[in-house]
Ligand binder design. Structure first.
Ligand SMILES: C[S@@+](CC[C@H](N)C(=O)[O-])C[C@H]1O[C@@H](n2cnc3c(N)ncnc32)[C@H](O)[C@@H]1O
Length: 499
């Protein structure tokens, strides 16, 4: 019997996906998510769809799922055709806001209770933890009875208390909390937030462990908070991403913690997981887009004179813009084709889809198109993004239209190319706001990353479909734990529980 998993603050299900892909020596799943809780409409739709996909795959037939994600079936039709599996997926993915009201929290707990009972009532694992803001006022609750009442009236803090309540009431064998590194240094009225969380969870019957350091750090008396930071790039994820993971093991079980081993062949680079995806062009925004308009706008970069630019770059840009291919398609929900990446091909499961999903790219203003072209051409030669002093004046915003040393101006930092031969920088939910930080390394495509490319850097399998408007798809991708890392953490938790 797989170990039941309860997933709170589930987002689009990155952590959940990783745990779901842990298998035993006979290839059978070790974990099974029985309930995931998420408040956001679109992330929840993604979660629910993924729950259905998994059930269909387990059943050996996910043809209807593929028809849906290729845009040839409505969601209602998909769930209706899936009948019992569809209803199970709907029951598994619960859309609810934790900490919003006492009655809402009671309802969530009662759903968790039934999901666990239906799964046989054995030991289970809790994954996901409250977002950082929930801890921001934690200390207040400790000061006095009066402030405790105030504390309980603030939804963010009720969120934290609700999480503790769920741990204390359901007593998972293990829990795994993920957060941003800022959590470790957060202080409230002089007290460390991390120390307070630790105290609360220890009082609930758990010992807390860091995942990725030597055995000595498993001692729980004076843990170095930095030991709790896991770097995704050390675990075969093509992205630099540092996140805090806290593993709690229920003391009475006498479980022995283990260390998360770095991947044997650690570094995976951007190019190694993006190559093979169909080339698409960006769209010109704020005016009628057309292939000719796109080409005209980008090519006008070649007309400029670049004082201070070396001759090699100048020639490269001139030649490159002359060869811009206005026949490149725009991105869309589904593009047919063979898309296996050079690395992690089996993990991405690319062949299953018969093409690429969510390969949408956003529109760019004409001035940004020229910047993207310049930035990516520069990075192709120098293997880094240019600083402001290395950018021709006409590509700077008007108020920075000056020469001299301007390397530290924030504008230069606002644009960044994801260098082909390195892990990417952290994909955050900021990618939903603008793509300046996520410029594709290929100048001929002249755009920021598509949703699928961001998802590849986050190691979501190619069968994973993100629901909602493009901005919401980006937000979901940026919020998630990379599933490939989550699978390794799941392996670790499985080995601890089965030891
Ligand atoms: C960092 S993301 C979680 C990512 C997830 N663990 C994954 O790997 O994909 C945090 C999620 O918590 C959700 N969330 C925030 N506050 C919530 C609340 N009060 N109740 C339920 N979900 C909440 C957000 O909508 C967001 O999707």
């Amino acid at each position: 019997m797989p170990i039941p998993v309860v997933d709170l603050f589930a987002g689009p299900g990155g952590l959940n996906e990783g745990f779901s892909r842990v298998t035993d020596t006979r290839g059978r799943p070790v974990f099974r998510t029985v309930i995931s809780v998420e408040m956001d409409e679109f992330a929840h739709r993604t979660l629910e769809l993924r729950a259905l996909y998994r059930a269909m795959k387990q059943d050996g037939d996910f043809a209807d799922y593929l028809t849906y994600v290729r845009g040839e079936l409505t969601r209602e039709e998909l769930f209706a055709r899936a009948s019992a599996l569809g209803a199970d997926a709907q029951a598994e993915a619960l859309r609810a806001t934790m900490g919003a009201s006492r009655s809402g929290d009671d309802e969530i707990e009662s759903r968790i209770d039934s999901a666990l009972k239906n799964s046989g009532g054995g030991e289970f694992v809790l994954i996901g933890g409250p977002p950082c803001q929930a801890y921001s006022l934690v200390g207040r609750a400790r000061r006095s009875r009066e402030s405790r009442d105030q504390f309980e009236s603030d939804p963010r803090q009720r969120l934290y208390l609700e999480y503790l309540r769920i741990v204390a009431r359901f007593k998972p064998a293990a829990f795994l909390m993920e957060n941003v590194p800022g959590l470790l240094s957060a202080k409230l009225e002089g007290q460390s937030t991390f120390a307070m969380i630790r105290k609360d969870l220890t009082a609930a019957g758990y010992d807390l462990y860091a995942l990725n350091k030597g055995d000595s750090l498993f001692e729980t008396d004076t843990p170095d908070p930095r030991a709790f930071v896991v770097r995704a790039e050390d675990h075969g994820v093509p992205q630099s991403r540092s996140r805090v993971f806290i593993l709690g093991l229920r003391r009475d079980l006498g479980l022995k913690a283990r260390r998360l081993q770095p991947a044997a062949d650690t570094r995976v680079f951007v190019e190694e997981v993006l190559r093979g995806l169909p080339a698409i062009r960006s769209r010109v925004s704020r005016r009628a887009d057309s292939p000719e308009e796109w080409r005209r706008e980008v090519s006008s970069l070649g007309d400029y004179k670049f004082p201070g630019l070396d001759e090699g770059m100048r020639r490269l840009i001139r030649a490159g813009v002359a060869e811009l291919d206005s026949d490149l398609p725009l991105g869309r929900q589904f593009i047919r084709g063979e898309i296996k990446p050079p690395r992690l091909g089996e993990w991405y499961d690319s062949r299953a889809v018969g093409g690429v999903l969510n390969h949408n790219s956003r529109g760019h203003m004409a001035a940004d198109l020229r910047r993207y072209y310049y930035w990516s051409a520069y990075a192709g030669v120098h293997h880094r993004s240019p600083s402001l002093s290395e950018v021709p004046a006409h590509l700077r915003p008007n108020h920075h239209n000056v020469t001299g040393d301007a390397t530290n101006l924030p504008f230069a930092d606002r644009f960044r190319v994801q260098i082909a031969g390195r892990p990417s920088t952290t994909i955050t939910s900021h990618i939903a706001k603008d793509g300046h930080y996520y410029i594709h390394f290929d100048p001929q495509q002249c755009r920021s990353l598509s949703v699928r490319e961001a998802a590849r850097l986050q190691t979501f399998p190619d069968t994973y479909f993100f629901e909602g408007p493009i901005t919401e798809q980006y937000r979901q991708v940026g919020n998630a734990v990379p599933p490939y890392l989550a699978r390794q953490i799941g392996d670790l938790v499985a080995s601890i529980l089965h030891a």
